[in-house]
Design a protein around this ligand. Structure first.
Ligand SMILES: [Mn+2]
Length: 299
């Protein structure tokens, strides 16, 4: 495949409404270029950033909210952090799902060492079937096989990211298996199938679990089988075993925009404003990592 035209990509970022007109061939070229980059990434991304100088921006669920995404990109362009990590759930529910997905993927192509995308529970066929992205996609492209190219991206996304050894970023929550970080360590995304049986349940829990105050241990979640709430005690244990200071996750929308749990060691962010509509407003939030501390922000 030919080298992708960067000026075309820059034009799309500046004019995301043009995505409604681009041909599938162009989309395919974007997807395959991203796939080549993801092939070399790790399921557990590890970064070292310089204290006091460099910042990481962590972005939560977008869910097709192009307005929120473009505002975040403005903030990122203005402040120029070293790294930007999306915690997944780019598609489903909102009005501009393909636009949001392609913009995030284009940023990955243009700045592959700055933008990273983790897998959320909506980066799956099952959720896209139920919550709208597959239907929207089929209405436009009229060929269900083309969706396999999207799934091919989901299946190669990293699962979690570790900053300076002490701040873990993921979509949902900690899994029951405290050894999962060690198991994912050094494993390339393209090799997930080789270790799949030993990590599948934990990866599922990382994408789906939720924290719950005043809970001990794990309890079954209303979200479905194999998904759990986790309490402070098991959270502390997971953090201690893995020598972690903070956990940043997304996956839940709060009216106040973000929420601290567990003595301010777990920050929950969500980056789609007014997610449940006009009558249940919420500001979009994101997190800044600087000096090995975590700072929540509203936009
Ligand atoms: Mn989610």
């Amino acid at each position: 495949m030919n080298e992708i035209d960067k000026s075309f990509l820059n034009d799309i970022i500046k004019n995301p409404h043009k995505i409604s007109e681009i041909e599938f061939d162009k989309i395919l070229q974007i997807l395959r270029t991203v796939k080549n980059i993801l092939d070399e990434e790790y399921l557990l991304l590890k970064f070292k950033i310089k204290e006091e100088i460099e910042e990481v921006y962590v972005i939560g669920d977008i869910h097709g909210n192009l307005n929120s995404l473009m505002r975040l990109i403005d903030i990122i362009n203005k402040n120029n952090p070293k790294l930007v990590i999306f915690l997944g759930d780019i598609v489903d529910r909102g009005p501009k799902q393909l636009e949001c997905l392609l913009i995030v993927l284009i940023l990955k192509i243009l700045f592959p060492l700055k933008y990273y995308i983790l897998r959320g529970n909506h980066e799956t066929l099952e959720m896209n079937e139920y919550y709208g992205f597959l239907r929207d996609f089929n209405l436009r492209f009229k060929n269900i096989n083309k969706f396999n190219e999207i799934l091919n991206i989901y299946n190669f996304l990293p699962i979690c990211s570790l900053i300076n050894g002490g701040i873990l970023c993921l979509h949902g929550g900690i899994p029951k298996d405290t050894e999962i970080i060690k198991k994912l360590q050094g494993q390339k995304c393209k090799n997930l199938k080789l270790i799949f049986n030993s990590v599948a349940q934990s990866i599922y829990q990382i994408m789906w679990n939720d924290p719950k105050t005043e809970l001990n241990g794990f309890s079954d979640s209303f979200r479905g089988p194999g998904i759990f709430f986790f309490g402070y005690d098991v959270f502390e244990n997971f953090m201690e075993v893995n020598d972690l200071k903070y956990l940043i996750r997304a996956h839940e929308c709060f009216p106040e925009g973000f929420k601290w749990f567990f003595n301010k060691r777990l920050l929950s962010i969500f980056s789609s404003a007014d997610y449940r509509g006009f009558y249940h407003p919420n500001p979009a939030s994101y997190a800044i990592i600087k000096n090995n501390e975590v700072i929540p922000k509203l936009i």
